[in-house]
Design a protein around this ligand. Structure first.
Ligand code: NAD
Ligand code: UDP
Length: 335
């Protein structure tokens, strides 16, 4: 592992071969993106500060000739000597407890981190994709969120460091594209779940599965009538890759439009895990969005993308993975 500057050269295998830099590559989504690109025969430079990522997510890739790891915080500039073709910016704590732990750092990750990666993309002539979020819509006033909706967001609340930071990053991407011609892509990602989501990261699917498997009460915040739409990780990775390789510079929603309430989710997970756990209701966090569902017409039309994994099938895969994790294999890599 190296700090700050990567001065090694990963091999270029053929003309279709790419060098892909994945910031946040040790996290949930980033590690799946690393795996996908390695499987395709590309070279991967993973950049991560391990704030919420886990070494276990990338351990299988260490030692491969086309994988390298840089321990680096993107709030400071990053120097890479070798050519880079594509940059995925996946770096930012994504769970509300994770990103609210150090809100100033979250904002700086979103804004300064985006700037440093955009500067790198400009320097290298690389394409760069921003992992934006449905949070840019805030607590939406429309039932299905389309990309042209401008959102109902709060600059003065506990979620602001994340959702306002992501909005500022989108603006910076727009500016680098229009001012400097950088090939930017913006994915507005809706709630995604699957293996490698850290069991203790505080998000709802990970909390409920962990609680159900440990026979602990499932903690539903508020009355549980708020909704989310959950996309399985393999679908999301396919969408991100299609967007990166498209010519689309406008933001594109990526998510699964199947919408459920958190109370329904708790009951599905209890059933699928055969759990006897009770449901308890805890305080609804400030500014918690009441409802969320993506309009994915743009992704369907422009990318030919739509999710393929049914929620019950994705959950089954995630539950299997959690069973093996909670059996003790990996939790040395605590958050
Ligand atoms: P995650 O917390 O598992 O991964 C984030 C990774 O970024 C971690 O490895 C973390 O250590 C790293 N990181 C954080 N700050 C950093 C910094 N300053 N410098 C370097 N590395 C840093 O989260 P995730 O679910 O994999 O999310 C990845 C990206 O996708 C995030 O940007 C998130 O905002 C976005 N996103 C995710 C979802 C989702 O449902 N998973 C939804 C919308 C958007
Ligand atoms: N939530 C819940 N119990 C939990 C964790 C979360 O009821 O243990 C709720 C939370 O209040 C929100 C929804 O589940 O309404 C999704 O929360 P998550 O943190 O996964 O994502 P986000 O709020 O960022 O969409």
């Amino acid at each position: 592992m190296k700090d700050h500057a990567f001065d090694g050269f990963l091999p270029r295998i053929n003309s279709n071969h790419r060098t892909v830099l994945i910031a946040g590559g040790a996290g949930f989504l980033g590690s799946h993106l690393c795996e996908f690109h390695l499987q395709q025969g590309h070279s991967v430079i993973c950049v991560d500060n391990f704030q919420t990522g886990a070494m276990a997510n990338i351990r299988p890739f260490l030692g491969r000739p086309n994988f390298s790891l840089i321990n680096h915080d993107i709030t400071t500039p990053l120097q890479i000597l070798q050519p880079v073709d594509q940059i995925f910016n996946m770096a930012c704590a994504a769970s509300p407890p994770g990103y609210q732990k150090n809100p100033v750092h979250t904002m700086l990750t979103n804004v300064m981190g985006a700037k440093h990666l955009l500067d790198l993309a400009r320097d290298k002539g690389a394409r760069i994709l921003q992992s934006s979020t449905s949070e840019v819509y805030g607590d939406p006033e429309i039932k299905v969120q389309v990309e042209t909706y401008r959102g109902n967001v709060n600059t003065c609340g506990p979620r602001a460091c994340y959702d306002e930071g992501k909005r500022a990053a989108e603006a910076l991407f727009w500016d680098y594209h229009h001012s400097f011609g950088v090939q930017t892509r913006v994915a507005r990602i809706f709630n995604t779940y699957g293996p490698r989501m850290h069991p203790d990261d505080g998000r709802v699917v990970s909390n409920f599965i962990r609680q159900a498997l440990k026979d602990e009460p499932l903690t539903v915040y508020g009355d549980g009538s708020q909704t989310r739409s959950f996309c399985f990780v393999s679908d999301l990775v396919a969408g991100l890759v299609k967007l990166m390789n498209s010519e689309e510079t406008e933001p594109v929603n990526l998510g699964n439009p199947t919408e459920i309430t958190m109370l329904e989710l708790a009951n599905i997970i209890r059933r699928k895990t055969n759990s006897e756990s009770k449901i308890v209701h805890l305080r609804l966090p400030t500014d918690d969005p009441k409802q969320r569902r993506p309009d994915i017409c743009r992704a369907k039309t422009l990318l030919g993308w739509q999710p393929a994994v049914a929620f019950e099938d994705g959950l089954a895969q995630m539950i299997d993975w959690y069973r093996s994790e909670l059996d003790g294999a990996r939790l040395d890599d605590a958050l």
